[in-house]
Design a protein around this ligand. Sequence first.
Ligand code: NAD
Ligand code: MG
Length: 405
Amino acid sequence: MQAGRRMVSVLGSTGSIGVNTLDVIGRHPDRFGVYALAAHSSVAAMLAQCLAFEPRYAVMTDEAAADALRAQLPAACGTEVLQGEAGLTRVVTAAEVDTVMAAIVGAAGLPSALAAARAGKTLLLANKESLVMGGHLLMQAVRQSGARLLPIDSEHNAIFQCMPVDSGNARLSLAGVSKVLLTASGGPFRQWSLARMEQATPDQACAHPNWSMGRKISVDSASLMNKGLELIEACWIFDLAPRLIEVVVHPQSIIHSMVQYRDGSVLAQMGNPDMRTPIAYGLGWPDRLASGVAPLDLIATARLDFEAPDEGRFPCLRLAREAVEAGGTAMAVCNAANEVAVAAFLDERIRFTAIPAVIEQTLERMPVLEPTTLAVVESADVEARRIAAELLAKLEHGGRKVGIA
Ligand code: NAD
Ligand code: MG
């Protein structure tokens, strides 16, 4: 280990964000060392990453996968294999770690992101579900421990880049900000009718026009739930009321979001749609690092279009807005029901258009509680998954895929 290198734990290292993070880290061996890599069960990918980056630890949350990795790692490789949630906690709280990339997908990422925030680390947050579910707890932990949260989601990273920095303490300030313009590509079904969406297959939903991402977030992008989750994420990160955030569909994904000021100025952050830009910004902040992303060619891009989102065809955006307005555990419920419905759609058990129906009915059946502890949030998550699964069972009757009742 070289002196002066920042040590990073990458959670979700075998996923889309994880691989892009290691790509950027690999370009700057003088600046960064990998303390730990963590994933669920992808043993072959983890083995290759361990050989390439020689982390101190590799965590597999799946125990059988941890055993398999132990058996396959060559003796000469100094990486120790840990397992389960305890392994994640250890590699995000260790004294040697400066920076944690939180890129696990879904609610499973909340406990480790929270542990990193409580330990005062620099938290590079890609896992938006942890903020949607436990934003109150996560932001409180950041404030109390003095952790630094840098958003990796491209829109929030763009907003962060366009926000004024308080010169006194290098923290963000909202001085003069009148609105945040959250851009959305509109996803692969932007121009599809509801009838056509009803027949959509998982592969069609995952064929995003601009971004290459994991399957869960790809389906979220197709339903616009991704934008709904990002609306909630922006409320927490920038301490904004939902009415100050306007969703703007921008099909080219060149502008990654904008901040509008009271004097009429609008600042936009632009670039090719490649997650290595926000990842490099998070890793290097406040410096700018080479990321491997091709420079933007505006002449070749030629045009930038904008349109309003259609909440009639994409009800998930409305449901997320209603959840943030309801507050408390409603956001965790919305997130959990969405995860259950998306998994069922990816397994071809329900139609694409049934996703919002499952979420809406789960929200209707759950009380809204104050999210004072992780236990309260986690029990809302568990109960919402149970109710959503019950609703799915009704939708799946007769073994036939069925849509909205
Ligand atoms: P992915 O499916 O490609 O990868 C997920 C990673 O999480 C894998 O390494 C997997 O092993 C790990 N994982 C899954 N379940 C786990 C568990 N229970 N415990 C520990 N690890 C687990 O997902 P992705 O596209 O890289 O997205 C990761 C997160 O980043 C998501 O929250 C997503 O919303 C967010 N995000 C992704 C993108 C993108 O471009 N891919 C952009 C913005 C935000
Ligand atoms: Mg995004």
